[in-house]
Design a protein around this ligand. Structure first.
Ligand code: HEM
Length: 326
């Protein structure tokens, strides 16, 4: 065949096929374990189904675990590593002390090691668990590109990269942009706060001493402040408040209703009303007759977040035990 002909016709087509395949820019792909561990995703799902049926309140923490993994050193399961003699790990940072669900990941990892030793990374398990946690809480499902490898480091100091609940909109936007995530990802992923609870300590300053004069945050609904004060006394720290009261176990669009009523627990929730793009997203979900747009967007933004700083190919390792490096 004439080489010019090959260049003109076959090269563009093969490039197009490559681009339209399931591999994405980060080198992850849907069905990465299809040949090496065909039941991997079923094993994760079956265990998650069992866990959520007996402990539905673990769905929130397991979703949050993935976010906290991805925002520090990328989605490399660094959040799962224990501290060692010479190093204090991410887990021990104040912002991570309330994370739960490590045991679920360990159980799933043990089952996967039995089925296909040394194949499925802890980073991928964390991503699949987050997806299944949402789905099993009546939320959407989506295809999770896999092929992440596990990192070998976890440093407490790096948890500074996680956005704080007192961030302004500009700080939030910058924090997401640093991870390659857009303002749309920010407003969509914040919708994860439809699940789970928060310790009083994370929002109490908004109730009791916002500007140092014993006042409440004016961006919070004043009637809601009274309710929250009943729930959280100034000395309560680890007491829990539902973020989406009444339906904190089900994944739905309620978060946006709460934000629009100025009842989001964190300054970062209220901040979504300050920017035109995020405000219009919030308002659209409040008016929507069904969760279709949010559900579709959530899957897309979770895949985006799941691409953050991933290790692939020969980078990192496949840990045998998610809490320690090999
Ligand atoms: C936008 C910046 C964000 C901030 C400042 C933030 C902050 C927080 C804080 C302070 C808590 C309470 C933690 C506790 O008391 O244990 C929390 C809980 C939670 N967050 Fe976020 N978050 C953010 C984004 C996200 C994202 C992107 C997700 C996932 C898509 C997420 C999912 C959750 C979930 C599910 C909980 C409930 C955890 C539980 O029930 O234990 N958050 N968040």
């Amino acid at each position: 065949m004439d080489s010019k002909f090959v260049l003109k016709f076959f090269l563009p087509i093969s490039i197009m096929l490559l681009l339209s395949g399931s591999a994405d820019a980060q080198g992850l792909k849907v069905g990465f374990y299809k040949k090496t561990c065909p039941n991997a995703e079923t094993i994760v799902y079956n265990e998650m189904k069992r866990v959520i049926s007996v402990a539905p309140s673990l769905a929130g923490p397991l979703l949050r675990l993935f976010f906290h993994d991805c925002f520090v050193r990328g989605c490399d399961a660094s959040i799962l590593l224990n501290s060692t003699k010479n190093n204090v790990a991410e887990k021990e940072s104040p912002i991570n002390l309330s994370l739960r669900g490590y045991g679920v990941i360990d159980t799933i990892k043990a089952k996967l090691e039995k089925a296909c030793p040394g194949i499925v990374s802890c980073a991928d398990i964390t991503a699949l668990v987050a997806r299944d946690a949402v789905y099993l809480s009546k939320g959407p499902s989506w295809e999770v590109p896999t092929g992440r490898r596990d990192g070998r480091a976890s440093l407490i100091a790096e948890t500074r990269q996680l956005p704080a609940p007192i961030f302004t909109f500009q700080q939030l936007k910058a924090s997401f942009a640093q991870k390659g995530l857009s303002v749309k990802d920010l407003v969509v992923l914040s919708g994860g706060h439809t699940l789970g609870t928060s310790q009083c300590s994370f929002f109490s300053p908004r109730l009791y001493n916002f500007t140092g004069k014993g006042d409440a945050d004016p961006s919070l609904d004043s009637e809601y402040v009274i309710k929250l004060k009943n729930k959280c006394k100034p000395t309560d720290t680890t007491k829990l408040a539902e973020m989406d009261p009444g339906s904190f176990l089900s994944f739905d669009t309620d978060y946006y209703k709460i934000v629009s009523k100025r009842r989001g627990l964190f300054s970062t929730d209220s901040a979504l009303l300050q920017d035109a793009e995020t405000r219009s997203y919030v308002q659209r979900q409040v008016k929507a007759s069904n969760p279709r747009e949010f559900f579709k967007d959530f899957g897309v933004s979770m895949v985006n977040m799941g691409n953050t700083g991933v290790l692939i190919g020969k980078q990192g390792e496949i840990r045998k035990n998610c809490a320690v490096v090999n």
